[in-house]
Design a binder for this molecule. Structure first.
Ligand code: ZN
Length: 128
């Protein structure tokens, strides 16, 4: 698929159903001076994903998908009340955030290397 088509594919996701909650996806969101490419607000049911990184470069499709999944995992963590990726301690939270990024990268590579796994997931959503 071409880059523009991939961006449109991403833009088409306006909401996600996560753990029974309807979560609004705001993309592209301008974080201004904040140095981040995504965040989530579980109370408000909102995920925001930047169109550009801190240096002003347009985010690649891979980075967009990774950023979205990263935030989705925060919601899942919140929904199952496990605090897998957050902590009262800032250093511990930073380490958990790094762990989440590593997990996302590995997970995306798994699906890239094994497209049939993605087909299995699609099969679940098409089940009647
Ligand atoms: Zn995070």
């Amino acid at each position: 698929m071409k880059k523009d088509q991939l961006t449109e594919l991403f833009k088409a996701i306006k909401f996600l159903k996560i753990g029974g909650h309807r979560i609004k996806i705001k993309y592209p969101f301008d974080f201004k001076e904040e140095r981040k490419i995504g965040d989530s607000n579980c109370q408000e049911g909102l995920i925001r994903i930047a169109g550009k990184d801190c240096e002003g470069s347009v985010l690649s499709f891979t980075k967009l998908v990774a950023a979205l999944l990263h935030e989705v995992f925060h919601f899942l963590d919140w929904d199952i009340r496990r605090d897998l990726f957050e902590s009262e301690n800032d250093d511990e939270t930073a380490a958990k955030e790094d762990g989440l990024d590593a997990l996302m990268e590995a997970l995306l590579q798994l699906f890239v290397d094994n497209p049939r796994l993605g087909n299995l997931i699609q099969g679940l959503s098409k089940r009647k």
